[in-house]
Write a protein that binds this ligand. Structure first.
Ligand code: GLU
Length: 427
């Protein structure tokens, strides 16, 4: 990722273009093109060695007209408030496009959890909540895991929130472990959602998934489950690219007759590093990290970080690519998008393609609030229905107005949020 890349500028450019297209009234535009509220704070964390480290934390509530703000918390050494702003804005559109009664928010801490012990991470999580305990909550703003945060972090945050407020509020946070009020299916939901939209897209193009191949960027939770669902549809994943923490670089692991996700997982360390030697013994070719994008495949799934498909990288794509399903948030720059438009590639935009996660989070919150939990197939079926309906509405609008999926998805989402803003009498 180029450090100069600013996702907030991308989010605003995308919004402005659609606001022009639908002739959005000026005051609504003013409300929606920036966050409603944001919190910036310091989190002092006592270190195990007796010292204190101070981290910078953020929570951005972009819009809560349709319901409590919703969105994950990222731990990342290169976190910036503009990244959090962009991601909060995308959460608003994500919840609106799948039509769940939630707004958009995002949080972040500038830190590298690899350099913190478990206890230090716990203190960091509790410190984050202490700074915000009055500004977040089941009826205000509901956090969740995101880049480098997980269910364990969510439980510490929940415990701190409940300690401060003196009660049990399992609907405060989602992505909780299943035995701590989480929902079955949450782990799979984001990646499976990518699979569901791919299924719809290939069906529309009248392409049999069994005749297609794919390359993925990322080997985290989203990529692994997207790959699993795509393989269940009959597709063949031929390459995955993944950051190697130990070597501080990324590699693409290629196997032309099909990547075995379970086998790769079995040789992946807790830090997410795939063992290169073992992978080569298993018949994988080791290629440079960026090579996932120029594979001769039908489907590309960027499922790592933002700003990956750019004016420079997009032209490297093979002429065979038909569909790009954006598993990550903001993986494509407007210039990269333009290249894919010229090539006629069907791009399923991030806030639709990866909405399975927050959709499942919504169902987790519903279950937490009523303290009654559904079986996994029921949860995943509900997620599939929401994602599939959203895909079909977006695709129908795109066809009707001769638009790309991203613009059509934005129109639906922005109109829904604008409607809520108006009905509340904010403008
Ligand atoms: N972090 C995920 C996302 O970007 C999920 C958010 C949530 O579950 O609230 O969609």
């Amino acid at each position: 990722m180029a450090f100069s890349y600013n996702p907030y500028h991308t989010a605003q450019r995308q919004f402005d273009a659609v606001a022009d297209l639908i002739d959005l009234e000026a005051p609504i535009r003013e409300i929606l093109r920036q966050p409603m509220r944001e919190y910036h704070f310091s989190i002092p964390v006592p270190k195990d060695d007796g010292g204190v480290a101070v981290f910078r934390g953020f929570r951005v509530q972009h819009n809560d007209a349709r319901g409590p703000a919703k969105g994950g918390i990222r731990f990342h050494p290169q976190e910036t408030v503009d990244t959090v702003r962009a991601l909060a804005m995308w959460m608003t559109w994500k919840c609106a496009v799948v039509d769940i009664p939630l707004g958009g928010g995002k949080g972040g801490v500038i830190c590298d959890p690899h350099h913190l012990t478990e206890r230090e991470q716990e203190r960091l999580c509790r410190g984050w909540v202490r700074q915000l305990a009055r500004d977040v909550g089941p009826e205000l703003d509901v956090p969740a895991p995101d880049v480098m945060t997980n269910g364990g972090h969510m439980v510490w945050m929940l415990d701190e929130y409940e300690t401060i407020h003196g009660g049990r509020y399992p609907g405060f946070i989602t992505g909780k472990p299943v035995d701590m009020g989480g929902t079955l299916g949450r782990t799979e939901a984001t990646g499976f959602g990518v699979g569901y939209v791919l299924r719809e897209a290939l069906d529309e193009l009248a392409v049999n998934p069994g005749d297609t191949t794919a390359a993925l960027q990322g080997f985290g939770n989203v990529a692994q489950h997207a790959a699993q669902m795509y393989q269940e549809l009959g597709g063949t994943v031929v390459a995955v690219s993944c950051w190697h923490q130990g070597d501080k670089t990324a590699y693409t692991f290629r196997k032309r007759d099909g990547v075995d996700i379970e086998a790769l997982k079995s040789i992946t360390s807790v830090y997410g590093d795939i063992d290169k030697e073992k992978a080569q013994d298993m018949g994988y070719e080791l290629l440079p990290g960026d090579d996932w994008l120029c594979q001769e495949v039908d489907v590309l799934v960027p499922a790592a970080l933002e700003g990956q498909i750019t004016a420079t990288s997009a032209p490297e794509m093979s002429g065979r690519v038909k569909v790009v399903a954006e598993g990550a948030n903001g993986p494509t720059t407007p210039e990269g998008d333009e290249v894919m438009k010229e090539r006629g590639i069907l791009v399923i935009p991030d806030f639709l393609a990866n909405a399975g996660g927050v959709t499942c989070s919504y169902f987790e919150q519903v279950q937490s609030n009523m303290n009654y939990y559904w079986e996994k197939p029921e949860v995943l079926e509900k997620v599939d229905t929401k994602i599939t309906n959203a895909y079909r509405s977006v695709s129908a609008l795109a066809d009707k107005r001769g638009l790309r999926m991203r613009d059509a998805a934005y129109i639906i989402a922005i109109n829904r949020v604008a409607q809520a803003v108006k009905r509340r009498g904010w403008v």
